[in-house]
Design a binder for this molecule. Structure first.
Ligand SMILES: Nc1nc2c(ncn2[C@@H]2O[C@H](COP(=O)(O)OP(=O)(O)O)[C@@H](O)[C@H]2O)c(=O)[nH]1
Ligand SMILES: [Mg+2]
Length: 330
């Protein structure tokens, strides 16, 4: 097929979208790249494809670097495949073994996923995105959803606001802690704990795992839980041997069931939609302003502010009047 690839790369987005609907993985991959690159035809198609989605269950996994998120993701993906569900994986962690930089053993484990046509793995480009990372990740999730994936696992490293924001927009958010990171309380930051629906203590084969479980339990009893009526369970796992993975899958199932039975499912998705729309607006407004201020006239005004001959609020007000905030399609 070597001659097909360049053809598809330059294919118009409507053609990619049509092929994507027929479960063409290459078209899905090209479509993601086109959306990431900010192609306006791809954005239009994404908007049409959006209506096809909403069926996938989105699972967010976040935690410190090296805690075993990618290994857990792989183990979870295999467990879902074993019961016949299709899986999409979005790795937002730039050091993810899905992209490289992993030791050989991890690479080999991940490769098992790449060989399975029921699994689609995508690493997010963290450079050269037209919108923010959160917005781009949600676009990729929307495409995987439209493609028909049953479960979409989004792995993000639990440092940085963008990453935590991404993990929070999942239907079920898993926060991973591990023993052996020195001060284990520090290993899961308080703000990250708040977004957890399920807590995983991975590397339970290492000494100190029980202490992490105890500490997390104590922390949970202090803080308010994210969803009233749902106390995040704490699951020990050994991702490398899949110990605890069947139990984790059951916890995730139970969480979905709880959200649906309690009516929180729609509420959470609406809340996520609200955050997503605000995020799109932020990206849009910022880029509109950045385009406008890229001129000598405005640069001169910034120098005035630096020289204290003008104040930043006055200049911001003027800029606000100047910038036309049309829609974000081009
Ligand atoms: N001992 C032990 N090592 C693990 C476990 N899970 C993952 N690892 C190892 O921890 C390292 C980091 O794993 P990785 O999945 O890349 O972590 P990530 O950075 O959070 O995605 C790798 O060498 C894994 O093989 C586990 O449960 N026990
Ligand atoms: Mg990783």
């Amino acid at each position: 097929m070597p001659d097909v690839v360049p053809l598809l790369r330059s294919a118009p987005a409507h053609e990619l979208a049509a092929r994507l609907r027929q479960e063409d993985r290459l078209a899905l991959s090209r479509m993601i790249s086109a959306v990431e690159a900010g192609r306006s035809d791809a954005r239009r198609e994404l908007r049409h494809l959006f209506a096809l989605g909403g069926k996938a269950h989105v699972v967010g996994i976040t935690g410190p670097p090296g805690s075993g998120k990618s290994t857990l993701t792989t183990a979870l993906a295999k467990a879902y495949r074993a019961r016949g569900e299709t899986v999409g994986v979005v790795a937002v962690d730039p050091s993810s073994p899905f992209t490289g930089g992993a030791i050989l053993g991890d690479r080999i484990r991940m490769m098992e996923l790449h060989d399975d046509p029921g699994v689609f793995v995508r690493s997010m480009a963290t450079r050269g995105l037209t919108g923010g990372l959160a917005r781009s990740t949600m676009d990729v999730v929307a495409l995987l959803d439209a493609f028909g994936k049953d479960v979409i696992v989004v792995e993000t490293v639990g440092v940085g606001q963008d990453e935590v924001e991404i993990a929070r927009t999942a239907d079920s958010t898993i926060v991973v802690g591990v023993p052996g990171l020195g001060d284990h309380i520090q290993s899961i930051k308080a703000g990250v704990l708040e977004i957890a629906d399920i807590l995983v203590v991975n590397k339970a084969d290492l000494p100190g795992a029980q202490q992490v479980v105890n500490d997390l339990r104590a922390m949970l009893s202090l803080g308010a839980t994210r969803t009233p009526g749902w106390t995040p369970p704490i699951q020990e796992t050994v991702a490398t041997t899949a110990r605890g993975i069947p139990e984790l899958v059951k916890q995730i199932d139970a969480h979905v069931q709880f959200l649906k039975d309690s009516g929180s499912w729609r509420a959470r998705r609406a809340e996520n939609a609200r955050r997503q729309v605000l995020g799109i607006l932020e990206d849009h407004v910022r880029s509109a302003f950045e385009r406008t201020i890229r001129s000598e006239t405005w640069e001169a005004r910034f120098r005035n502010i630096a020289a204290r001959t003008e104040d930043p609020y006055a200049v911001a007000d003027e800029l606000l009047r100047e910038v036309a905030l049309g829609d974000d399609n081009e």
